[in-house]
Design a protein. Structure first.
Ligand SMILES: Cc1cc2nc3c(=O)[nH]c(=O)nc-3n(C[C@H](O)[C@H](O)[C@H](O)COP(=O)(O)OP(=O)(O)OC[C@H]3O[C@@H](n4cnc5c(N)ncnc54)[C@H](O)[C@@H]3O)c2cc1C
Length: 292
């Protein structure tokens, strides 16, 4: 593929704020939006030639991007190929890495396929969800993944069967690669029961989490045997605020952007919470969100 073929896919010093659910962050030195596998390979070749570090951004629902932006190349999958959701026989679904997770959840429920309704209310892309093993108390996406096709930042394509992928608590062995698509296996269930379960889980989440605020979900992982949100709450830190960055009054493990928060204000709040939890409880809170 000729260099001209990727010119449309590249932008320089491109603002990232609107690609994130926090709505904060600076520019990507290079922002690449490939629309198919060939263009993605070409974009990575360009990045390697230019000596650029590569990172992949999904729907930005789990990242805090620095106000100074990101040096190197940020890849954002776009177009029909990376957004496709295809139903095959026997409950198999093939889904592009950039596809909208909420759409996948809604489509599979509509098709009477059981499993992903537990992920209702989790925003993001399929690639981000698989890389992070997104989930919650009702289960995580990793249990439904039967295979992944990814590309390393060096441009090498990999096909992994489920037995070759490790999924853990909000992590997987797929970091450092770009998930181009994944194959998921679901079982046929009762459509009405799936729909009822989905709406029950959504209502429960909506009651306890600030789903419509600008946030990146839970900031910290739960330490073994504890809830990070409960630890923060008992310290009386709910609604603590630095500028427009505030601990949510609905769920203490969420930081929300009330309007014009900066990434550094959010980061300052994160550090304060961590220090206070360590001082009072001796617990080190690990980050769930990714800091770029
Ligand atoms: C209101 C709200 C509620 C949330 N609730 C939950 C919840 O209940 N459970 C939960 O697990 N999460 C939750 N989250 C966090 C978030 O929705 C998930 O982590 C989601 O899977 C992130 O997907 P993304 O596409 O936005 O990833 P991004 O935020 O863009 O990226 C997250 C990580 O995934 C990597 N990544 C993204 N795309 C790819 C790809 N194609 N290939 C390889 N790596 C990739 C990125 O490099 C980064 O390291 C919530 C977030 C919000 C805002």
């Amino acid at each position: 593929m000729a260099r001209e073929a990727i010119e449309d896919a590249l932008r320089f010093e491109h603002p990232l704020r609107r690609y994130t659910s926090f709505r904060v962050g600076g520019c990507a030195e290079v922002f690449a939006e490939p629309t198919d596998m060939g263009q993605l390979q070409e974009v990575l070749r360009y990045g390697n030639e230019q000596g650029l570090d590569v990172s992949v951004l999904g729907k930005g629902c789990n990242v805090l991007i620095s106000d100074d932006g990101v040096r190197g190349m940020v890849v954002h999958l776009t177009g029909w190929y990376f957004n496709r959701i295809e139903k095959r026989g026997d409950g198999m679904i093939v889904c592009g890495g950039g596809a909208n997770l909420s759409r996948l959840v809604a489509d599979t429920a509509q098709w009477g396929l059981e499993g992903l309704e537990t992920l209702v209310g989790v925003p993001g892309s399929l690639g981000g969800a698989v890389a992070m093993n997104a989930g919650g108390r009702h289960g995580a996406i990793g249990s439904y993944v039967r295979g992944v096709t990814s590309i390393g930042y060096d441009g090498e394509i990999h096909h992994y069967g489920s037995e070759e992928i490790e999924f853990g608590y909000r992590c997987s062995s797929l970091s450092g690669e770009i998930i181009m698509d994944a194959e998921l296996e679901l079982v046929t269930g009762d459509k009405d029961a799936i729909s009822t379960r989905m709406s029950d889980i959504f209502h429960q989440k909506n009651k306890t989490q600030p789903l419509t605020s600008r946030s990146a979900g839970c900031v910290f992982k739960n330490p073994e045997g504890h809830s990070a949100g409960a630890l923060i709450d008992t310290l009386g830190l709910k609604s603590m605020r630095i500028g427009d960055a505030a601990v949510s009054g609905k769920h203490a493990n969420f930081i929300i952007n009330l309007g014009s928060a900066t990434a550094s204000q959010i980061m300052e709040l994160i550090c304060k919470i961590r220090d206070e939890v360590k001082r009072r409880y001796g617990q080190i809170l690990d980050m769930e969100i990714k800091i770029w």
